[in-house]
Ligand binder design. Structure first.
Ligand SMILES: Nc1ncnc2c1ncn2[C@@H]1O[C@H](COP(=O)(O)OP(=O)(O)OP(=O)(O)O)[C@@H](O)[C@H]1O
Ligand SMILES: [Mg+2]
Length: 226
């Protein structure tokens, strides 16, 4: 029988393993993330960091083990239930932004609220645009923004519905050090503001240095601390 999940964990992962066909990506990944905690995940390219984040969000499924998000066992949920759990509790900043090109900036940021059927979207979207330093740019299309601005749109969209868990995949990967530091400031301020948990995949030592914990992913799970 699997171990009981601590009641207050935002995220609990036990013995998660993932394969593509016969090729293993990782095995035996276990992790607990408390409300308000910031965990950085580091590891070599190709070790499975993005795959792991997708499993944590219920966008992908492991071949063994368990992921419990805000008390919901993702493996026991239907596809539809997983989508609803994700919509309510998760914000995701993708490695490649995934901003919708035909929606303007404000529409991109407001999308999670729209999907949740919230009415009060205008004020909240304006507050988020201001929080990430994009006030006045709500009517622009994504193609009219710089890479750093696009990344901030993705962050505003991931946080607009105040999710309990924010998953961010190399959100500062393509940015100069100054912009990267400011993007990290926004991520941390916004998650601390409502006690959200942050799981951040990064190659940046500067970003990892700001985490409460840094975990090294290997094909055999997280490397034990030295
Ligand atoms: N759909 C797929 N089919 C088969 N193999 C895949 C598939 N997607 C990813 N992989 C493989 O799984 C491994 C993990 O990929 P993943 O994208 O999770 O790595 P990563 O740690 O995020 O790398 P990076 O730091 O470069 O972003 C890689 O070896 C990749 O080639
Ligand atoms: Mg990746």
């Amino acid at each position: 029988m699997s171990a009981p999940v601590p009641a207050r964990a935002t995220l609990s992962v036990q013995g998660l393993g993932k394969r593509y066909g016969a090729t293993p990506v990782f095995a035996d990944v276990s992790l607990e993330v408390a409300p308000g905690e910031f965990v950085a995940i580091v590891g070599e390219s190709g070790v499975g960091k993005s795959t792991l984040l997708n499993c944590l969000a219920g966008l992908d499924q492991g071949d063994e083990g368990r992921v419990v998000l805000c008390g919901h066992d993702l493996g026991a949920a239907s596809d539809e239930q997983r989508a609803l759990i994700r919509r309510a509790h998760v914000g995701f900043v993708f490695q490649a932004f995934h901003v919708l090109p035909h929606l303007d900036v404000a529409q991109n940021v407001g999308l999670p609220l729209l999907l949740l059927g919230r009415q009060d979207t205008g004020e909240r979207v304006a507050a988020m645009l201001e929080a990430v330093g994009l006030q006045g740019l709500g009517q622009r299309l994504p193609q009219q923004l710089s890479g750093g601005q696009l990344q901030r749109v993705a962050i505003a969209r991931a946080l607009v519905h105040r999710p309990a868990l924010l998953l961010a995949d190399e959100p500062t990967g393509n940015l100069d050090p100054g912009t990267a530091a400011r993007v990290m400031d926004v991520l941390l301020a916004q998650t601390r503001d409502h006690d959200a948990s942050l799981v951040l995949v990064t190659h940046s030592e500067a970003a990892a240095a700001r985490a409460d914990r840094v975990l090294h992913l290997t094909s055999l799970g997280f490397r034990p601390p030295a």
